[in-house]
Design a protein around this ligand. Structure first.
Ligand SMILES: [Zn+2]
Length: 314
């Protein structure tokens, strides 16, 4: 239930092409309200336009907190975009300093777009009610986050599940498209890898009978199997544009059951195991809703409010 005394929160989801911006008092408002987007250009102009848009959406009110779900890699302790991002102009951009200089005294929560989406899906989406939830986004690149008991797992930094190694599918001789590794998961199964394999073809231009989908199902099933083996996740949510391909989730599920081969006792029956990979519950809004969760956590000085944020009621 929306309460007028809930603080107004600004949300930013910064991707390689668009920066999406919204405001809301509850996660449901952020999910449901129309949001605005501006093109991701040079950092100075993009950040200026982003903050101007936030102020316009807030109207006469002041924002109590702002959450940022940013493309990475990201130095989580400082909120700084890392040196290995392919977006050269954005290397070293300091989200906290940039937003503080433009917006003044607001609580800031910053994490990767993947971690934010994982958090939102775990709390309010397809992972609701589960304690160990993994989220993989399969788009131009591949990223992954892990949420345990309502918190995103950070160790030395944020996980880089897109760069896990997976065994090659039989007969696949594609070198792989990852600049660092060649044939890691991202190099074999991302949207960029599909385009590199098939001369610029986009995932949705290749028909459902195309060989690419059996390769995708194989690589993604291996990835889900790896995540299960490492984290015993109850749900592995598969999002991102590539997963929009008709029938792909079903093929991943069937292939996963073959790959696990009856071994993971905790996964249950083949039918239960096939339910581990799930479509996102928040659709394309997980990043923005996750940014809301980051801001609320920052407002609480890093202390979550489980009674408010973990329940379905928000
Ligand atoms: Zn890689």
């Amino acid at each position: 239930m929306v309460q007028s005394d809930d603080p107004l929160i600004g949300v930013i989801e910064a991707g390689g092409t668009w920066v999406r911006v919204g405001v809301g008092r509850t996660w449901q408002q952020v999910r449901d309200a129309p949001h605005d987007a501006i093109a991701t250009g040079e950092p100075a102009e993009t950040l200026r336009a982003t903050c101007a848009l936030l102020r316009r959406l807030a109207g006469s009110e002041s924002l109590a907190g702002v959450g940022v779900a940013s493309f990475g890699p990201l130095d989580l302790a400082r909120g700084v975009i890392g040196p290995s991002t392919p977006k050269l102009a954005w290397r070293g951009v300091d989200w906290r300093a940039e937003l503080a200089s433009r917006l003044g005294d607001v609580a800031l929560g910053v994490d990767t777009d993947t971690d934010a989406a994982a958090l939102a899906e775990a709390r309010w989406g397809a992972g609701l009610g589960r304690s160990v939830v993994a989220y993989l986004t399969v788009g131009t690149g591949i990223g992954g986050g892990l949420v345990v008991d309502g918190r995103v797992v950070h160790g030395r930094g944020h996980p880089e599940m897109g760069h896990m190694r997976v065994p090659r599918e039989p007969g696949d001789h594609f070198a792989g498209s990852c600049e660092a590794h060649g044939d890691c998961l991202e190099g074999l199964a991302s949207g960029a890898a599909i385009a590199a394999r098939y001369a610029g073809a986009s995932a949705d231009s290749l028909g459902p009978a195309h060989r690419v989908w059996s390769l995708e199902a194989g690589y993604l099933a291996s990835a889900v199997s790896n995540v299960l083996s490492v984290a015993a996740a109850q749900v592995v949510i598969l999002g991102g544009g590539v997963m929009g391909a008709s029938g792909l989730l079903g093929r991943v599920r069937a292939t996963l059951v073959e790959r696990v081969h009856g071994y993971l006792d905790f996964a249950g029956s083949p039918g239960e195991l096939s339910e581990v990979p799930q479509a996102p519950g928040l659709k394309g809004r997980a990043g923005l809703v996750g940014a809301f969760a980051l801001a609320r956590a920052a407002l609480s000085d890093g202390v979550d409010e489980p009674g408010r944020t973990l329940g379905a009621g928000g």
